[in-house]
Design a protein around this ligand. Structure first.
Ligand code: SPQ
Length: 428
């Protein structure tokens, strides 16, 4: 439990945003599947990514880490060996689902478990297509929930039209497809984050991308001797971008923030709501573009957030909802049913926690409606073990009239272990 006594202070200064969680996971996973040495700079030492490291160590991969530098000594798919222990993915849906794709093609038995939140997150979206490829997967409720047991073996390619825009589903199938006979294609209703495609290419995999369709041939190997520089996580930066926009008189610079277009929906929404953003030190020549972003406090107006932008900002919806409480007018967020299957049901947890502070917010079946602009009171908030709900609460406390308490604040370590240190440095 943490007392948040930050109210009525402006934010000023610059911070180095920690490494992108999605890219950090993939750097360790793909480095482990590749032949040779992969070095990773600005790796995110959050609990989720440490779970990924621990799983691959149990599969026999040598991995060295000091703070944010990681070296992976991969020996190809053949270097991955059966673990005598259960593989624990902790709180990480990305680890669980991508590993299911990788393990399905490996000739040994594995068992995946996670924490209480993982046990409630649906895995059938991955189990289903992987079984169609020939994978032998068992688990609670016919393979929908952990513990998941996988007897890896021969796989055939698949042509899969995914009903959801999900990078985890797409990646799991592509990683199984790499080990399958024939070609594998994944088609999505809208484009989800494409870090897997970008990084597989950097590891020498031939992959065809045509809009929302991605195709690769099975039997390709990954070649290493790669140095991966992980940009700052835009999903972590989002909390301070919004804080800078809503806390009066603030000016905040966030350094080296990833600008992959499949992740930048938050920047489009900030701009449409009237926030002032400037970009400096733009780097566009690597596999993942990034820049420094400066935000200054701005008067904001309501927007509608729906359709193809949703997968490009899905993890930022909690903080967008808080921002909408400070915008003039009615903000509508729709087409975001996927929020229900995150670390918590984020429609319910966002609405419940913001209501406790006096926000005028209503849950809908696929999102929420927020009336602004509203003064927020203090209160006792709970992260419910969801890092993004915890950080939303901490940023809300900056504009709350009374004291705010955050229960289960340690959940934030999943993606942003130095969040409070950064917040306090910006508050001077
Ligand atoms: O890894 P996990 O627990 O699923 O983390 C979350 C998050 O908020 O950090 C979702 F709860 O991010 C997902 C994201 O929502 C990370 C991710 C990825 O790295 O591929 C993709 C998104 O999930 P999905 O289901 O849309 O593919």
């Amino acid at each position: 439990m943490r007392k948040l006594s930050y109210k009525k202070s402006r934010l000023n200064g610059a911070i180095n945003i920690p490494g992108d969680k999605s890219i950090s996971h993939r750097a360790v996973m793909f480095g482990s599947m590749a032949r040779g040495k992969t070095t990773v700079e600005n790796f995110l030492p959050g609990e989720d990514c440490l779970s990924t490291i621990s799983c691959f160590e149990k599969l026999g991969v040598q991995i060295e880490r000091s703070e944010t530098a990681v070296t992976v000594y991969g020996k190809g798919f053949e270097g991955l060996k059966e673990s005598s222990d259960i593989l624990n993915v902790g709180n990480s849906g990305t680890t669980a689902r991508l590993m299911m794709g990788i393990l399905s093609g490996l000739p040994f038995h594995s068992v995946l478990i996670g924490d209480e939140s993982i046990a409630k997150r649906p895995m059938k979206r991955v189990t289903g297509p992987l079984r169609d490829m020939g994978a032998r997967i068992q688990g609670n409720q016919d393979g929908n929930f952990t513990p998941i047991s996988i007897q890896g073996g021969d796989l055939s390619g698949i042509n899969y039209a995914s009903p959801v825009a999900s990078a985890q589903v797409k990646s799991a199938i592509l990683l199984a497809g790499l080990q399958a006979k024939g070609s594998t294609t994944v088609q999505e209703p809208f484009k989800s984050r494409d870090h897997t495609e970008r990084m597989l290419r950097a590891f020498g995999v031939d992959i065809e991308i045509d809009g929302c369709n991605v195709k690769l041939e099975g039997g390709q190997s990954l070649t290493a001797d790669l140095h991966i520089v992980v940009p700052g996580d835009i999903s972590s930066a989002a909390f301070f971008l919004v804080a800078g926009a809503i806390v009066p008189d603030s000016k905040v610079t966030l350094k080296r923030v990833g600008l992959n277009p499949t992740r930048t929906g938050i920047l489009e929404v900030l701009k449409e709501m009237g926030a002032s953003l400037t970009y400096t030190n733009v780097v566009e020549d690597g596999p993942e573009p990034y820049a420094d972003i400066t935000v200054v406090a701005s008067s904001l107006k309501a927007v509608e957030v729906s359709g193809e932008i949703i997968p490009r900002l899905i993890d930022e919806i909690p903080i967008i909802a808080l921002m909408a409480t400070q915008a003039e007018g009615t903000t509508v967020i729709k087409d975001a049913q996927e929020l229900k299957v995150k670390e918590t049901n984020r429609i319910d947890t966002v609405v419940n926690e913001l209501k406790k502070l006096g926000a005028k917010i209503t849950a809908t079946d696929d999102g929420m409606i927020i009336e602004g602009k509203t003064k927020l009171t203090g209160g006792q908030l709970d992260s419910y073990g969801d890092h993004r709900i915890g950080m939303m609460g901490a940023i809300a406390s900056l504009i709350a009239e009374d004291e705010t308490i955050l229960v289960n604040d340690e959940a934030i370590n999943v993606s942003y272990p130095n969040f409070f240190e950064h917040l306090e440095s910006l508050l001077g």
